[in-house]
Structures are given as C-alpha cells and as structure tokens.
Design a protein around this ligand. Structure first.
Ligand SMILES: [Zn+2]
Length: 409
C-alpha cells in the first residue's frame, strides 16, 4: 500500500571519472546493450514480465557476467520497452542499495560505488554541482534513494522516493491558460475576486518567429547541418524559458497563497493549419513536467481541470458563444452582452473559476460571484451523463497533481 503512494523522482548526477574508469564503465554498458538487443525479440514468446525474466535471466547472467540483481532489473526494464522496439542504442542499468550499491565520502569527494560483476565494485566520483546539492537536500528532508542507474552518457541517475503526504489546499487559485504565444494567468479568491491578471513568456514570441523564418530559409537551401544545429539551439532556448516562466508562476502562487490550475489537455482541438502550427511550438508536455516538479517541491497543489468550454464561456454574462471574434483569435466577443476581452486572459479566468467550482462540488452551482457580479457558470460544466440517457457516473473532474513520472533534476 505504502509503496503505491510513493512519489518518485530522478536526479542526474554528473560524474568525474578518470579516463580508465570511463573505459571500464563503457565496456560494461556496451555489454549490457548487446545483451538487451539480443533478448528483445524473445519477448514475443512470453506472456508477462516474470515469465520473460525467468526465460532470459540465466542467459544474461552467463553471457554478461553481471550480478544477479543487475541482470533481473535489466530483464524487467527490457520487458517494459515499447513493443515495437527491436533495437536500442544504449541502456541505463540499475543498481540497488545495499546489495549492489553504496555511497561514501573520502576527503572532499563523494562516490557512488556500483557492484557490476561478482566481487567487483567500481567507485565513481560525483561532481559537486547544483544537481548534487539538490540531491543532498532531498536526502536530508525525508527522501530516500534505493536505486542508482548508470546512463549511456556514463552519468549516474539517483532514483528517489518519498511517501506522499497530502497537501493542504491554499486559499486562492492561480488559473493558467496555455496558448500559441504565451501563458495568461488569473489569481482568483474563493469569493470570486480577481487579485491579479497578466501574461508570462511574451518575450518568447519574437524569438520563435526569428527561428521560424531562419528555418524556412535553411530548408529552402537544403542546409541540413545548419538546420540541426539550429534545432538544438531552439530547443535549449525554449527549455530555459519555460523553466523561468514556471519559476515566475511558483513565485506568484506563493505570493498570493494560491494553488495552481491548468487545463487537462490531451490534444489541441484543430483550429486551422496556421493556428496549429503556432500551437505546436509550445512544448506543452515539457511545460507540464517542469510545472509538476516545481509545484511538488514547493508543496503547491496542481489541479487539472476539464477544458470544456473554457474558451467559449463569457465571464460577464455566462453565455457560451463561438469563442473568438471572427478571424481574430486574440479577441473574445460575446454575442449576448457584447463584452470584448482578450481571449487568453479570459480563458485563464475560466480555468480558475472551474477550479473553484470543483472545490465546492458542482451539483447546485448555477452562478458564481465574479468581481461583484453574479455570473452563470452552468455553461462551463459538461452536460451530465444522466441527460444523455447513460448511467449516472460522477464526472472525473479533478486530478490532484503529483509528478507522473521521473523528472530529471
Ligand atoms: Zn456575455
């Protein structure tokens, strides 16, 4: 039971191994990769992970000569690989504490010692950098590390876990709308007062256009080498900026004592080719992964709400309209009351309103006081399954945020 509620994360620790030690490590990993590629096709004859492990472990052990725990973990992680995957370029091998792994300090250096072969251990010096500081900090605050991994880049991943403690809800809500150009946010009190609205990441737009223009030029010249280099630069630029924006969001959430709320998006609705191309430049999954990690670090609940009608609902009269003003996606104009507002800013308000509704439990919510005005909110709610003649199921509306996977530190 306890294990299921555990929260996990992984931190990449850079190593300072000497050249000869690096050779030992890469020999080991080459052997592991060869073995993984050998057993990958054998998955077809097996029904489940344990059957596969029993089938391949003796062979892996005999061929590679690794310790048995290492071999068993290799078999299990090979089983979990994508079923169409028939060849891997490299593999991360896991070592369990205390059987095959331990950490120790000597003078000013810290080591992770990996048991790779029977009676053969290799101690790897770890670089003292920000990741190391974060890792040590987490170990000091209730986290444990029971597994270390050796990555194809000859670095060490520390897999940390901690029992999940329930978070206390913060008073206000910070709703975030993710759109093509930037992020719009609204801080809303439970009484429906707007404390702050604004945008984040607007500086990214001109730069993105710059990249897009340059890419078109390079593509027309067929300059594949330069294109590759540019893609790399662009990825780094976006990653750095998303990290900075998430930091600003966390600062806002703390300053206004707010939980963070985003739309639960499985995909973007198609809204024309031009629009799609713009939206695709926001790396939504990267953003969400970073946000999940930072919210978790700061004990902030991350709510994910149903995106139903958030862009079509009018925040003044509650009517549900077309969502935008003709060809202008940036402007929301209500057909009922004539309100014309920035659609992203309004959508972030709708996300915050939805979070409030979910906190209270919907059933008898028809209106909500927003900025001194009673606004009908029924347009934001998906029609209940009862009216569609199906079984009454409580709508799964609120997923309490917690990191879904490992976020690299
Ligand atoms: Zn209206």
């Amino acid at each position: 039971m306890q294990a299921r509620n555990d929260v996990n994360r992984a931190i990449l620790l850079q190593t300072d191994a000497t050249a000869s030690k690096k050779r030992v490590l890469s020999d080991f990993l080459n052997r592991a990769t060869t073995e993984v590629n050998r057993v990958l096709p054998l998955r077809q004859g097996c029904k489940n992970a344990s059957e596969f492990q029993i089938a391949v472990a003796p062979g892996l052990r005999a061929n590679a000569g690794f310790n048995i725990q290492v071999v068993c973990d290799m078999a299990r992680s090979t089983w979990r690989k994508h079923k169409n995957c028939m060849k891997v370029k490299g593999t991360t091998v896991k070592f369990n504490v205390p059987r095959n792994c331990k950490t120790f300090r000597m003078k000013r250096f810290s080591f992770v010692e990996l048991g790779m072969y029977p009676r053969e251990r290799t101690a790897i010096p770890i670089r003292r950098n920000r990741n190391w500081d974060r890792f040590s900090g987490l170990l000091g605050s209730g986290w444990t590390c029971k597994t270390y991994g050796l990555t194809p880049s000859l670095e060490v991943v520390a897999y940390l876990s901690r029992p999940d403690a329930p978070l206390q809800a913060r008073r206000n809500v910070l709703g975030i709308d993710i759109n093509a150009k930037d992020f719009a946010y609204t801080v809303l009190t439970p009484e429906g007062k707007i404390l702050k609205q604004g945008y984040l990441g607007q500086q990214m737009w001109p730069k993105k256009q710059h990249f897009a223009g340059r890419r078109a030029m390079l593509q027309s010249l067929n300059a594949s080498k330069k294109l590759k280099r540019m893609r790399h630069r662009q990825r780094n630029y976006v990653k750095t900026n998303i990290g900075q924006m998430v930091r600003e969001m966390i600062i806002l959430a703390k300053r206004y004592d707010a939980d963070v709320s985003i739309e639960r998006l499985s995909r973007f609705k198609p809204r024309g080719r031009r629009f799609d191309r713009k939206v695709m430049t926001i790396p939504f999954y990267l953003f969400r992964r970073i946000l999940e990690g930072r919210c978790f670090d700061n004990s902030i609940t991350l709510d994910r709400v149903d995106p139903y009608h958030t862009s079509k609902w009018c925040s003044r009269c509650g009517a549900v309209g077309r969502g935008h003003d003709g060809g202008n996606y940036a402007l929301f104009r209500c057909r009922e009351c004539g309100q014309a507002v920035n659609s992203d800013r309004k959508a972030s308000l709708a996300v915050a309103v939805k979070t409030l509704l979910e906190r209270r439990g919907f059933p008898d919510q028809n209106t909500l006081q927003i900025s001194g005005r009673r606004v009908p909110v029924s347009g934001l709610l998906r029609p209940s399954p009862m009216t569609q003649g199906q079984m009454a199921v409580p709508t799964p509306t609120l997923e309490r945020g917690k990191p879904t996977g490992f976020s690299r530190g």
